[in-house]
Design a protein around this ligand. Structure first.
Ligand code: ZN
Length: 207
């Protein structure tokens, strides 16, 4: 399933389970250099810090795709290793959970896999057993703004007392709405600081 030649420049790939050679990764990824961009989030009331390593683009898409559909963490690991990670003082990494049915059909949560990659690099343990999705919200488009907010607030539950400083992990961050909802749930449960780190974010659109 994996190519034998780099998808970017066609040179033979010496190491397996890669899509791109290291050089193509280095040339084509764009480091956001955003630092903590919490103030730019449309929804970030409960979030204390937000970090997104890369601008979302073709290479990031392909590497996340490999995580989702080829089941390999190596391409994403290559991306993570190509950037300087921020220094974050958190007790635990918590992947943003998928709906149960979606996880069952895919077999795993890509945020959880990314959390494992980051755990290794940041030296912070992962715990994916403290935050869960509560219900489907697929009919959200039919709701008005207030109903949507109420719906979001009940989207997650934290059945245990979380550590004080929690860093949420997801593959892509856009408005921050989902992460904010997770942060709200974790703070109600006792967390005092909740940040979020994602592999990528689309170029910023204010609104
Ligand atoms: Zn290449």
């Amino acid at each position: 399933m994996f190519p034998q030649f780099c998808e970017g420049c066609n040179i033979p790939l010496i190491e397996t389970h890669r899509l791109y050679c290291q050089e193509c990764i280095q040339i084509n990824i764009r480091n956001t250099k955003l630092g903590n961009w919490k103030s730019e989030l449309t929804h970030g009331y409960h979030i204390d810090a937000a970090y997104s390593l890369l601008w979302y683009g073709d290479i990031v898409h392909e590497c996340v795709h490999a995580l989702k559909y080829l089941g390999s963490i190596i391409p994403v690991g290559q991306l993570v290793d190509a950037v300087t990670l921020p220094i974050i003082d958190a007790d635990i990494l918590v992947p943003i959970p998928l709906y149960h049915s979606r996880q069952r059909e895919r077999g795993y949560n890509q945020a959880e896999v990314l959390a494992m990659v980051l755990s290794d690099r940041l030296d912070i343990p992962v715990n994916s057993k403290i935050l869960y999705r509560t219900q489907w919200t697929s009919s959200q488009t039919k709701l008005d703004n207030i109903q949507r907010k109420e719906n979001m607030a009940k989207k997650f539950m934290c059945p245990v007392e979380p550590p004080l400083k929690v860093l949420l992990v997801d593959d892509v961050l856009t408005t921050g709405a989902t992460a904010d909802s997770c942060a709200q749930t974790l703070k109600i449960a006792g967390a005092t600081w909740v940040g979020v780190i994602t592999l990528a974010t689309p170029p910023l659109i204010k609104g």
